[in-house]
Design a protein around this ligand. Structure first.
Ligand code: AP5
Ligand code: ZN
Length: 205
């Protein structure tokens, strides 16, 4: 399987990609996590951190290189967080073919609630939400006992900036795949397991 998962910030791409990688035994390739792990890497454009903390896109050459290396090593994959603009989409089509393109559709106000309430494990990266997916013990990771923290870019102000960037840069990517006839839309406003069942139905068709 070579699966592309598209959606706005907070749509549930990370949550669903992790489940898909488990279920189908494919690599989870995510530019967000890759960039967070290399936040302070020096590039000719500056560090990824400077862009990410402002909610802006990291420059294409940096991101394209990360994706190309990750896909070259992967047999099958679920790709999440890329492409985020038309240039990245063009680059992707030059390096890989896709079997499925899925767009997780979620309303803007729901996205803001999901982003500002998200907590992530500082040790293993697992995702939680203070209301929608609360950990058993507040502030503690169910998986590994690590500390749960809020991402720098999940403040309301930066979350809204990221949504602006999405509507401006990434919606045209979604239109592009829709025009090509490759896009399958999945309603992402349901509990995670239900959304996962919907995605699985699409893939198993
Ligand atoms: P990235 O890490 O990709 O962030 P994003 O696209 O903004 O996506 P998120 O991780 O915020 O959301 P998600 O859709 O994965 O949702 P999640 O499953 O966590 O990118 C971060 C930054 O890196 C960018 O701003 C940019 O600077 C840079 N970057 C990354 N890729 C780039 C690229 N290609 N080019 C340039 N720059 C790039 O869910 C969110 C919350 O909701 C969680 O708390 C979760 O528990 C909860 N939740 C999930 N599903 C449900 C559900 N069904 N019901 C209720 N709650 C749910
Ligand atoms: Zn953990």
């Amino acid at each position: 399987h070579r699966i592309l998962l598209l959606g706005a910030p907070g749509a549930g791409k990370g949550t669903q990609s992790a489940k898909l990688a488990d279920e189908y035994g494919v690599e989870h390739v995510t530019t967000g996590d890759a960039l967070r792990a290399n936040k302070d890497m020096e590039t000719e454009y500056g560090t990824p951190r400077s862009f990410m903390e402002a909610g802006e896109l990291v420059p294409d050459p940096v991101v394209n290189e990360i994706v190309e290396a990750a896909l070259a090593d992967a047999d099958g994959f679920v790709l999440d967080g890329y492409p985020r603009n038309l240039d990245q989409a063009e680059y992707l089509s030059s390096i890989s073919d896709l079997d499925a393109v899925i767009f997780l559709d979620v309303d803007e106000e729901v996205l803001v609630d999901r982003l500002t309430g998200r907590r992530v494990c500082n040790d293993c990266g697992a995702n939680f939400h203070v209301d929608f997916q609360p950990p058993e013990v507040p502030g503690v990771c169910d998986e590994c006992g690590g500390e749960l923290i809020q991402r720098d870019d999940d403040t309301e102000e930066t979350a809204r900036e990221r949504l602006e960037v999405f509507y401006e840069n990434t919606e045209p990517v979604i239109e592009h795949f829709r025009d090509e006839g490759d896009l399958v839309e999945v309603d992402g406003e349901a509990p995670p397991d239900e959304v996962f069942d919907r995605i699985r139905d699409v893939l198993d068709e």
